[in-house]
Design a protein around this ligand. Structure first.
Ligand SMILES: C[S@@+](CC[C@H](N)C(=O)[O-])C[C@H]1O[C@@H](n2cnc3c(N)ncnc32)[C@H](O)[C@@H]1O
Ligand SMILES: [Zn+2]
Length: 257
């Protein structure tokens, strides 16, 4: 896939570790291999290093391998793929497509992603302003991240597909039960995206008995880490092990012609 200059939108040509457009705007790859195209000095700098490290340790244990295998089964080798909010590339690096771009705003995430996976172009950029041409991707994927609706529709080819992974009703319910007095179920209402029509939906789940350190890492990588009181967080320290269900929805959308 062509990567566009964030200043003038012309194609960037790569020469060793320098990417340059016809107008002389030039961008250096970071030493780990990702390319910083983020010109906006936004407040959002993606997930913080602590969350990223916890997620890397947790995912490295293989608890979510069944999810990436299922998503991968929906992809083809010849697809061009854009992973929006790719984090540290745990999913992106595994996918079978030959032409892959991963975009995220977290430097820490992209450092890990680009060190371990040389087969993907990783871009430090907002997913709401992709440096990509209209209709360049066969598949766009978003896993546990904000949905950049307009950009997804813009970069998808006609008949291209958008795969969205989100928590199903009982995802991590046992973790919430352990820390909250009134645990709640996840919202699983259908998601509508103008310009796309839904053509499929999968519900997949698995369960595991987690030891203490994995419970802590799992908690750190969830949004609950920012919304849970100190008192409730302390309940986690009392847990030596916990059986937890991992339940996901994979929505498949197609670009309407
Ligand atoms: C919960 S993580 C999911 C990461 C990855 N998809 C995974 O499942 O391992 C959400 C990711 O969204 C990224 N993110 C949030 N807002 C973003 C934005 N506006 N542009 C790019 N990335 C963003 C964060 O940096 C973080 O890596
Ligand atoms: Zn330029």
């Amino acid at each position: 896939m062509d990567i566009l200059c964030p200043v003038c939108q012309n194609r960037l040509k790569r020469n060793e570790k320098i990417w340059k457009c016809v107008n002389g705007h030039s961008f250096d790859e970071a030493k780990e291999g990702y390319l910083n195209l983020n010109l906006h000095n936004s407040q959002n700098s993606g997930d913080n290093p602590e969350m990223i490290r916890a997620r890397q340790r947790f995912l490295g244990k293989g608890y979510y391998d069944f999810l990436r295998e299922k998503v991968n089964s929906l992809l083809k080798e010849e697809d061009s793929l854009v992973d929006l909010a790719c984090g540290e590339g745990y999913y992106t690096s595994y996918f079978c497509c030959k032409d892959k771009v991963g975009i995220d705003l977290s430097k820490q995430g992209l450092k890990i992603a680009s060190k371990r996976d040389k087969g993907t172009t990783y871009l430090l950029n907002s997913i709401f302003h992709d440096p990509l041409k209209d209709e360049c991707a066969d598949k766009v994927i978003t896993i546990f991240a904000p949905i950049a609706r307009e950009e997804i529709v813009r970069i998808l080819k006609k008949d291209g597909q958008f795969l969205l992974v989100r928590p199903d009703r009982y995802h991590l319910y046992e973790l919430k039960e352990a820390i909250y007095d009134e645990p709640y179920l996840n919202d699983t209402e259908d998601i509508e995206i103008e310009g796309l029509k839904q053509i499929g939906q999968y519900h997949i789940e698995s369960e595991a008995l987690l030891p203490k350190e994995d419970i802590q890492d799992l908690f750190l990588m969830t949004p609950y880490v920012n919304t849970t009181s100190k008192k409730d967080k302390e309940k986690l320290d009392q847990l030596d092990r916990l059986k937890i269900r991992f339940c996901f929805i994979i929505d498949v959308f197609e670009k309407a012609n």
